[in-house]
Design a protein around this ligand. Sequence first.
Ligand code: NAD
Ligand code: USQ
Length: 382
Amino acid sequence: MRIVVAGGDGFCGWPTALHLSNQGHEVSIVDNLSRRKWDDELHSNSVTPIASLEDRVEKWKELTGKEIKTFIGDLNHYDFLREVFRQTEPEAFVHFAEQRSAPYSMIDRDHAVFTQQNNVIGNLNVLYAIKELAPECHLIKLGTMGEYGAPNIDIEEGYIEIEHNGRKDVLPYPKQPGSFYHLSKVHDSHNIMFACKIWGIRATDLNQGIVYGLHTNETKMDPMLVNRVDYDGVFGTALNRFLIQAATGHDLTVYGSGKQTRSFLNIEDTVRCVQIAAENPADKGEFRVFNQFTEYFSVKELADKVQKIAKEKGLKTEIAYLENPRIEPEDHYYHAVNTRLRELGLEPHLLTDEVLHDILQTVIEHKDRVIKENVLPSITWK
Ligand code: NAD
Ligand code: USQ
């Protein structure tokens, strides 16, 4: 299958591009390399040293004989995007290419506006390009579990049956996101749903939980293929951050009571979920929603797990309960459904002690790259 991976230089996109290529698909990457520029803006870096996109794909070709074409440019530039569609004639378009940090979107007005412009308009351009140039192409869009927020009822996969004044309907599940970034994903979902309805586009919204880990079978093949791992207070995410904090002797930064619960999955499952979605496309006009996670944990549970594993490695790790820089419910009900990807064959990699040991070992090897000043949270929601 001819597949474009937009955002293919990023944390989820790079291993996904390699995995799809390894499965025999004809993969092209689109990326404007903005994630590397945001590191410069924040004076931050990936814990692992990452090669340039050019060197990454060259090494992949050398190792496997498989070519991944690259297109460096912005989804917000429609002429560029049309040219990508003309040259690649995609059968599936995997869309990872957004600003994905909640704290970054909450820095100030400029960053909130940038996030929503970059994400919402980029996605709208993709919808128009599909309509105009590849109407059969399946859009596989990365959404987020955070679109739903933390309602006091079970979270369904995209839709819920509602009975009101004696009548029933199946309606989009209510959305109560917790940042301007998470809101951009909600706006994307609405735009995609509408485009499916009016133009008959086929789309899958993958409402993904927080991704942990870094290696996949493909990225492990050579140091030049290694994935990025974020740890700073802006782009770093809960579990990976705690492991890197343990490796560097930093206290684990639990925000508030740590009772807030989130969905998680291993990066090895991200790449497989996208493959499953691509190889089982949505019907024409269908707006399909899959909840893409394998387990959920409270933040405190994760910190406890990391503390235990770190101790086994001889590291002394304390848990610090910091004043929560975000405005979010901490003590809440959480139960979310995730059956659709499993029905299509996903076999989850669960969070075992062995998995935690492996990730910790990798980050220990690179711990000298951590810029200590970047670890504490610096952005508040107020
Ligand atoms: P990332 O920042 O590492 O990668 C995103 C990539 O997209 C970067 O390489 C960036 O340069 C590129 N990009 C951004 N805007 C672009 C634009 N306008 N045009 C072209 N390229 C652009 O992020 P990630 O962690 O790989 O996340 C990928 C996607 O998955 C995002 O949409 C994110 O919202 C979603 N997601 C991520 C997680 C997670 O835990 N990392 C969880 C749920 C959902
Ligand atoms: N948290 C801590 N300590 C930390 C970091 C985070 O307690 O050091 C808490 C936060 O307060 C929050 C939870 O952990 O309650 C998750 O925060 P996060 O930074 O790990 O994740 P989040 O901001 O939700 O965003 C990440 C990705 C985003 C993706 C989302 C999936 O950056 O792209 O959409 O996870 S989800 O959370 O399911 O919406």
